[in-house]
Design a protein around this ligand. Structure first.
Ligand SMILES: C[S@@+](CC[C@H](N)C(=O)[O-])C[C@H]1O[C@@H](n2cnc3c(N)ncnc32)[C@H](O)[C@@H]1O
Length: 130
């Protein structure tokens, strides 16, 4: 919604039909249905097909198998904002990133900012290019 309200054409995906229905309702209520599309997608089968993206936001969904496809999907100069659960500052868990996971996985991006602690890891990076 934040991006769409600022004029960006947005595609949002989640496996939950409830979440997607709520996103569509919010888009309609916010007057941004014309530039936002929300689809039920199982990311266990990989990223859905699509054109290069200027911005990718991945918030609290972690699948290391998607890290390389996410980099490849970014347009040159495109931005990635990702936040995942982390073992740093939290109890171990199979859904949590290992220490340094994001900075290692996205090391070929220009890392603008990153951090980890209190059970969360996050990174903002730009794909080199124009
Ligand atoms: C912790 S919630 C985060 C939701 C939202 N991104 C946010 O930040 O508020 C994790 C989300 O991942 C979705 N999810 C779980 N498995 C998925 C899969 N295989 N493919 C796509 N989405 C999935 C869940 O439906 C849930 O909405």
């Amino acid at each position: 919604m934040w991006l769409a309200r600022r004029g960006v054409d947005v595609v949002g995906v989640d496996i939950s039909p409830t979440a997607i229905a709520q996103a569509r309702e919010l888009a309609a209520a916010s007057g941004v249905s014309d530039r936002s599309r929300f689809e039920v997608v199982d990311l266990d089968t990989g990223l859905p097909a699509g054109p290069p993206a200027d911005v990718i936001v991945c918030h609290l969904f972690r699948d290391p198998r998607l890290y390389t496809p996410i980099i490849e999907r970014l347009a040159p100069g495109g931005l990635l904002a990702i936040a995942v659960l982390s073992v740093v500052g939290a109890a171990p868990g199979r859904f949590r990133a290992a220490p340094g996971e994001l900075t290692t996985a996205f090391g070929e991006l220009q890392v603008i900012a990153s951090g980890e602690g209190d059970g969360l890891a996050w990174l903002l990076g730009r794909r080199p290019g124009s």
